[in-house]
Design a protein. Structure first.
Length: 255
């Protein structure tokens, strides 16, 4: 019991410090005033420690315990920190989209290049999880959109598919065009979405009772929806529970 308490004590401190570092970095990036942070502590004269000293204390504390203890939980700490950072960044992006502070740089983009940008890092994850990402569509098909933001939206759809497929799962990314519309489809053969959850999946922080044990924080799909609709596009979903899901991203073509 003491081993676990000690380990979680170290992790808790590291998580807190990392959260402060992420907070300060994001504030500077978006020109938001960084509020001074003072940490309560019974070991100081006035019961407070400024953050820099507290960081030194964390390092000193870590040195007091066996190296294997720190190593064993370092990976868990890293994963938790990434989720914290992802949560904060996603919330900031959604807030900026809500307030209209994002100006989309819409240009003619090759869909093949758009998809490539979206899945570059996700292909590594798919390989590690023994899943496949299959891309199929005309190499010369173009679309009018903001390359970076739309890549992020497509990437979030692929992440969602990876989160809800088992080992051996297949995620397909295809696209098709008509005289008036271009559609990008992201489909999987995973767990699917229950009928009662379909109308809620784009709500922020929504988690179905069927997916409580899967990764995710409930912001990827709302962010994708905000990005697509912010460019006058449409996003929709069709799903069959235990069979799979298909997300459709549609943009009108220029007349």
């Amino acid at each position: 019991m003491g081993f676990y308490l000690t380990s979680y004590y170290i992790i808790g401190k590291l998580l807190f410090i990392k959260s402060l570092c992420v907070y300060q970095t994001i504030c500077r990036s978006y020109y938001i005033p960084v509020l001074p942070v003072i940490i309560p502590c019974t070991g100081s004269r006035n019961g407070l420690y400024p953050v820099p000293i507290y960081r030194i204390m964390v390092v000193v504390d870590a040195l007091l315990y066996p190296l294997e203890t720190v190593k064993k939980f370092s990976q868990k700490t890293g994963t938790a920190l990434k989720r914290i950072e992802q949560l904060i960044l996603s919330m900031l992006k959604i807030a900026r989209l809500d307030t209209g502070n994002i100006l989309f740089d819409k240009r003619t983009c090759l869909i093949q290049e758009l998809v490539k940008n979206a899945i570059t890092e996700l292909t590594i994850r798919a390989t590690q999880e023994k899943k496949q990402i299959i891309v199929n569509g005309k190499s010369n098909q173009v679309i009018m959109c903001d390359m970076d933001w739309t890549s992020e939206a497509i990437g979030n759809l692929v992440k969602n598919a990876l989160d809800h497929t088992e080992i051996g799962g297949i995620i397909k990314i295809t696209w098709e065009s008509t005289p008036t519309m271009i559609r990008i489809l992201v489909s999987d053969n995973g767990s699917g979405i229950a009928p009662e959850d379909i109308r809620h999946i784009f709500k922020r922080f929504y988690r179905s009772k069927y997916s409580l044990n899967t990764p995710g924080i409930g912001l990827g799909l709302p962010l994708a929806k905000s990005i697509i609709e912010g460019q006058e596009g449409l996003i929709s979903v069709q799903s069959v529970l235990h069979e799979g899901t298909t997300f459709s991203v549609s943009f009108l073509t220029k007349s």
